[in-house]
Design a protein around this ligand. Structure first.
Ligand code: WT7
Length: 659
């Protein structure tokens, strides 16, 4: 967002006068109350210690936090714990084996009801199988799967063995999978033949085969049969899940690990072309995600049915489909496919069918539903819903109000939850029984989280002012580093402001001191709640043999939040007629899909003879953002050739970018 645009958007936000108080019945029974905030602010570490005690530890800790080697933290030092035991065995041992963990629904309509006892047995079998294959504590395991129960089983089997998993979203390309597999030197990839999306089977195994060509260290590929598609088979390397897992014993003696045992690595885009492996460990992470899940969603495990409609390939799925909900003995809904298959009311029919009481999704999805129209939710009662959540990008007040009225029937509070892959857990959020919410504001720090908005010099801004979102004290689910790159960890998060964690987001405090998140201030774009770096896309485009130079910017988009716009110069002749230009743009889009994945395909590609550059040769992305968002061009006086940018502006397609 340009300075001018963000200022005007901001003054609108700050004049927001609508307030929605917690419903009285919810407040009366709420898990978290005003006292929770008081308790946490009077002794933050004691608060976290109390949350950690909700888990089952094999050995208690000696120290809550060791921050002596900042910015590297250790939580619950000396404690021993097993994450899978906390998500499974302890619930079964406490007599909850028959409680449903997941109501799973495949896109074609097939269903599976999986209890805590079932899931425990499945995870034990998988842990035995992984052990047989040679997986040991500390080994990295890649998971490249559709949204099926085996994905959860694979993650928990790894956790049970102390082998950190690295889940790669199934929409990423073979190249992306290979890069991540090499970076963490994984010897096993767990995948499936494919999954169902938009009414048809889509394949996963060919991408794994392709990735393995670049990853000679991979010894085995374990394949779940989901769709029954033909797959190429590499004898000796490839193993069917049903051959090696289903024959195993359904019991497995779990070992407890150090609280700081790596639990998983999740790759996410930074400001360079190479994604960062964000490392999360066990004790602090599980403490953070279970506490936030319980309080933010006011989770009453006996009565609630909870649905986090994210993909497990992203951190939201890790923290709020798998680890948080299972640690809290939650009954969840899990769905494989797209919301418009077979019809645009799929989600709402599932809400009624499973009596979903808590729904957690992203603004981009809400805006898609808005576009489809109210008639689809209106076909269903949806009277079971009592709480709605939003995550992934700033939610515009219109979408917030629509969500509240059309999905929540003006009855359900909305929790707009701000957090990141790096934070592991929700950081800024209302608490539904306490906080009066405002449409579009994430409101306040979760109890035990210390946050602020600071100016360029790291000084807290006053109410009514804007700046940068920072976290001022360590928190239990914080990343422990970037896999294999301690220096990059320091540089990226801890060097901008002394002693403060810099999230990369702009934010404002309104007149009441409540937080409004305003989007990234770095070269990271947010496309449908997915984080993609401009540099990564530029790098992919420039890798095409015909391309000379590329500049990529994020432009605001009414549905996806931001959309990718690429400005490209080519080697030799510019494709001059329109159809050639279109064909070449399509070729580039396909190229980006191959290098990164379909989610990174630019919405607009402008082939241009030149890019606007300063006299020192720097591409002026600020001006390109103005072009992409159809704004009056900013200051062009520092440009080498001011004519370049106006000629590009003339070519910019109208339409989607205009709001
Ligand atoms: C970035 C983190 C958190 C899980 C999904 C995305 C943006 C996230 C919000 C929100 C405004 C938000 C931020 C953040 N973001 N939630 N409620 N309001 N912005 O995780 O891929 O690590 O992306 O998503 O810009 O930095 P991620």
């Amino acid at each position: 967002m340009s300075e001018a645009a963000s200022q005007s958007a901001l003054s609108n936000l700050l004049h927001e006068t609508r307030r929605f108080d917690p419903p009285a019945d919810l407040a009366a029974n709420a898990i978290a109350t005003k006292a929770t905030y008081d308790e946490a602010s009077s002794d933050r570490l004691a608060f976290w210690e109390k949350q950690a005690k909700r888990l089952t530890w094999a050995k208690p800790w000696d120290q809550v936090l060791d921050w002596s080697n900042a910015p590297f933290s250790k939580w619950f030092v000396g404690g021993q714990i097993n994450a899978a035991v906390n998500c499974l065995d302890r619930h079964v041992e406490a007599g909850h084996g028959d409680k449903v963990a997941y109501h799973w629904e495949g896109e074609p309509g097939d269903t599976r009801t999986i209890t805590y006892a079932d899931l425990t047995k499945m995870v034990c079998q998988a842990a035995n199988a992984l052990t047989e294959i040679g997986v040991q504590a500390g080994d990295r395991v890649m998971i490249y799967m559709p949204m099926i129960p085996e994905t959860v089983v694979a993650m928990l089997a790894c956790a049970r063995l102390g082998a950190p998993h690295s889940v790669v979203f199934g929409g990423f390309s073979a190249e992306a999978l290979a890069g991540r597999t090499l970076d963490c030197d994984a010897k096993l990839i767990i995948t499936a033949d494919g999954g169902y999306r938009r009414g048809a089977p889509s394949a996963l195994k060919p991408a794994v085969d392709q990735a393995c060509k670049e990853c000679p260290q991979v010894e085995h590929v374990l394949v779940v049969r989901r769709t029954g598609q033909d797959v190429e088979w590499n004898e000796g390397r490839d193993l069917w899940w049903h051959d090696v897992v289903e024959k195993q014993s359904t019991t497995h003696e779990a070992q407890a690990f150090d609280a700081e045992q790596p639990l998983y690595i999740m790759y996410t885009s930074g400001t360079t072309a190479k994604p960062k492996g964000i490392l999360h460990t066990t004790g602090g992470y599980l403490t953070g995600v279970s506490a936030t899940h319980k309080m933010v969603f006011d989770l009453h495990e006996d009565t609630d049915v909870y649905w986090c409609a994210a993909d497990i390939g992203w951190v939201t799925g890790h923290s709020y489909i798998v680890y948080g909900p299972l640690a809290n003995l939650t009954t969840s809904v899990m769905y494989e496919g797209t919301p418009d298959t077979p019809a645009r009311d799929r989600w709402w029919s599932m809400v009624d069918k499973y009596k979903v009481s808590i729904l957690y999704t992203a603004p981009t999805t809400i805006r898609t539903f808005m576009k489809w129209g109210e008639e689809f939710p209106a076909q269903h009662e949806m009277s079971s819903l009592r709480l709605l959540g939003s995550v992934g990008e700033p939610i515009n007040p219109e979408a917030w109000m629509w969500y509240r009225r059309v999905i929540g029937h003006d009855r359900c509070p909305i929790v707009d939850t701000w957090w990141q892959t790096e934070t592991g857990m929700i950081m800024i959020t209302p608490l539904p029984g306490v906080t009066s919410t405002k449409p579009g504001a994430a409101m306040t720090a979760f109890p035990g989280v210390s946050a602020d908005v600071v100016d360029n010099d790291g000084k807290p801004v006053g109410n009514g002012e804007g700046g940068y979102m920072v976290i001022t004290e360590p928190w239990p689910a914080m990343l422990r580093g970037i896999w294999g790159d301690d220096e990059r960890y320091r540089q990226t998060y801890w060097s901008r402001f002394d002693g403060l964690y810099f999230a990369g987001d702009g934010a404002k405090k309104d007149e009441d001191g409540d937080y409004w998140l305003l989007g990234r201030v770095d070269d990271v774009m947010n496309i449908s709640g997915h984080r993609i770096s401009t540099t990564e896309v530029e790098h992919a485009i420039v890798g095409h043999p015909k391309v000379a130079e590329a500049a990529v910017v994020g432009a605001s988009d009414p549905t996806t939040g931001q959309a990718i716009v690429a400005f490209v110069t080519v080697k030799g002749n510019v494709p001059d007629d329109e159809s050639q230009g279109h064909a070449f743009a399509d070729e580039l889009r396909a190229h980006v899909a191959k290098e990164i994945g379909p989610i990174a395909k630019p919405r607009d590609i402008l082939i241009t003879p030149d890019l606007p550059k300063t006299r020192s040769g720097k591409i002026m992305r600020r001006l390109l953002r103005d072009v992409a968002e159809h704004r009056q061009l900013g200051d062009t006086t520092t440009l080498l050739d001011p004519g370049v940018v106006s000629s590009i502006a003339e070519k910019m397609p109208a339409g989607a970018a205009e709001e």
